[in-house]
Write a protein that binds this ligand. Structure first.
Ligand code: FMN
Length: 323
């Protein structure tokens, strides 16, 4: 399958693995890239630009295919050294950067000067148009169903993707709720040039997270996610657990008085405990509604091959036979 996204990033299949905190390490990114997609390391999971440089080098030892790095500009407890991370990306020879969370404009000149393509993750058409206007090369359009931060507009992909297709000139991938060949064909039909997956890639053999996390995703249905931090306008879709119930109870009790400090125990610094130690009740962790479509833990290559075979089958047989 050849699309503007496969051409732009020099990849075989139009499938991107979105940046994921404490998941997007070299093992997963390399597996996705080796399977013909675009694997993405998560910069902020690395404590320093030097650590990111090491991780890029480690990933390079596992694949000679294109890889990307995610740079997330979200309200974080500490203030990351973004220029330092960008320098590590440029010096590491990475040619794709996924930005998210806030406007990446001030970093675009240095990224573009290094020949890096920038795909910005957006949850609304207006943000996607802004990304296009400031010179991003592509966007990743994240619908309301996505794991992580869906924004505050709550527009699901069946509306958001065709709206984006109507307005954008630059190519975009569909993100949020993507799991299989059906997702890919639907995304292409709605105007996207490929798909971005988060949750689906966690439930793979190579994802370097505790098996409890993979099994929690397999066990979950589409009814099992919750939205937290809505009162702070920093909404995150997470898998329901005891910590999330506690957090939501605090949100209800404190109403408009809620401060980030009130929910620190449930959200700050919990990722290593969940992803690496498998402490599934340690706090809130991002997970998409797409968990309802995930029933196994295949290798990344088996997953990507299956998606491509299923998508081709749908296009060649089911869709052609209808005409
Ligand atoms: C556990 C987890 C952690 C994530 N961390 C980040 C992150 O640090 N930065 C970011 O831009 N997106 C992050 N995301 C969002 C994903 O990159 C992707 O956009 C999203 O998962 C797509 O929705 P899906 O889960 O339905 O596939 C995360 C998602 C998950 C599930």
């Amino acid at each position: 399958m050849k699309t503007q996204i496969t051409e732009m990033f020099g990849i075989q299949h139009p499938i991107i693995q979105g940046g994921m905190h404490y998941v997007g390490f070299a093992e997963l990114a390399a597996a996705v890239s080796n399977a013909g997609g675009l694997g993405i390391l998560t910069a902020l999971t690395q404590r320093s630009p030097q650590a990111l440089a090491n991780e890029i080098r480690r990933c390079r030892e596992m694949t000679d295919k294109p890889i990307g790095v995610n740079l997330t500009f979200l309200p974080t407890v500490s203030s990351p050294d973004y220029p330092g991370y960008i320098q590590a990306i440029i010096e590491g020879g990475v040619k794709a950067v996924e930005t998210a969370g806030n406007n990446p404009q001030k970093y675009l000149p240095s990224l573009h000067a290094a020949g890096i393509k920038v795909i910005h993750k957006c949850t609304s058409v207006r943000h996607a148009l802004k990304a296009e206007a400031i010179g991003c090369d592509a966007v990743s359009v994240d619908g309301f169903e996505c794991g992580g931060h869906p924004g505050e507009d709550d527009i699901p992909n069946f509306i958001l993707l065709p709206r984006a297709a109507d307005e954008l000139k630059i190519p975009f991938v569909a993100s949020g709720g993507m799991a299989d060949g059906r997702s890919l064909v639907a995304a292409l039909a709605l105007g996207a040039q490929g798909i971005n997956m988060g949750t689906r890639f966690i439930a793979t053999q190579e994802a370097p997270v505790h098996d409890h996390v993979k099994q929690a995703i397999v066990a979950a249905s589409e009814l099992d996610t919750r939205l937290v931090m809505r009162p702070l306008r920093n909404t995150e879709r997470v898998l329901r657990n005891d910590a999330v119930d506690r957090l939501l109870e605090k949100e209800r009790a404190l109403g408009a008085n809620l401060q980030f400090e009130d929910i620190m125990d449930e959200v700050a610094g919990v990722y290593p405990r969940i992803m690496q130690q498998g402490e599934m009740e340690a706090g809130a962790w991002s997970c998409g509604m797409v968990a309802g479509l995930i029933h196994d833990v295949p290798t990344v290559k088996a997953l990507i091959d299956r998606i491509m075979a299923e998508a081709e089958g749908i296009i060649r047989q089911r869709l052609m036979s209808i005409l």
